[in-house]
Design a protein around this ligand. Structure first.
Ligand code: NI
Length: 181
């Protein structure tokens, strides 16, 4: 498995819509394995393919393992989830607020309100249709990752002032990184 470079904002690739996957084959499984490895290496709990520059409707998550940010990290508790062509088929009226971060926005966080529970239909690692009934952090995570598939990022849910502040900060950090080579 390979740790892939993560696309860092601002980057036009993050604003592009991802295309549905036609077949879950070995090539796609290799991509999902690499995505999981990449997510673990960055201490994340979710990653969409677009974040490694691949515009396919694929995401990986692992809430059980957690992260330093959300209730600590426990590497003995790996429970990876692979979701292909995910679709929300139900959501609660009740909302939840989490302070979200994103591997494409390192060091930046913001409170986002989303439905507390969602039902998601998807194809798993083997191409089998599954239904995920997510609540709490898992529900927030899957909605955050699914936003990525439509070219949306978590800062789009924040106030314009907060969003612009984060984007300006990211732009500056990127310029600095490029200047340092
Ligand atoms: Ni993200």
């Amino acid at each position: 498995m390979t740790v892939l470079p993560i696309v860092i904002a601002p980057d036009p690739r993050l604003l592009q819509k991802s295309a549905p996957v036609a077949a879950v084959d070995d090539d796609l499984r290799r991509l999902m394995d690499d995505m999981l490895e990449t997510m673990y290496a960055s201490n994340g709990i979710g990653l969409a393919a677009v974040q490694v520059g691949v515009h396919k409707r694929v995401l990986v998550m692992d809430i059980a393992r957690g992260s330093d940010r959300y209730e600590g990290r426990d590497e003995s508790k790996s429970q990876p989830l692979f979701l292909v062509n995910p679709q929300i088929v139900g959501e609660s009226e009740e909302q939840n607020i989490y302070e979200e971060g994103c591997l494409s926005f390192p060091g930046n966080f913001g409170e986002v309100e989303r439905p507390k529970q969602v039902k998601v239909r998807y194809l798993d690692y083997h191409g089998k249709e599954q239904l995920l009934e997510a609540d709490g952090l898992l529900a927030t995570c899957v909605q955050h990752e699914m936003d990525h598939l439509d070219g949306k990022v978590f800062v789009d849910h924040l106030s314009l002032v907060r969003r612009d502040m984060i984007l300006r900060k990211m732009k500056k950090a990127k310029k600095q990184m490029q200047a340092e080579g």
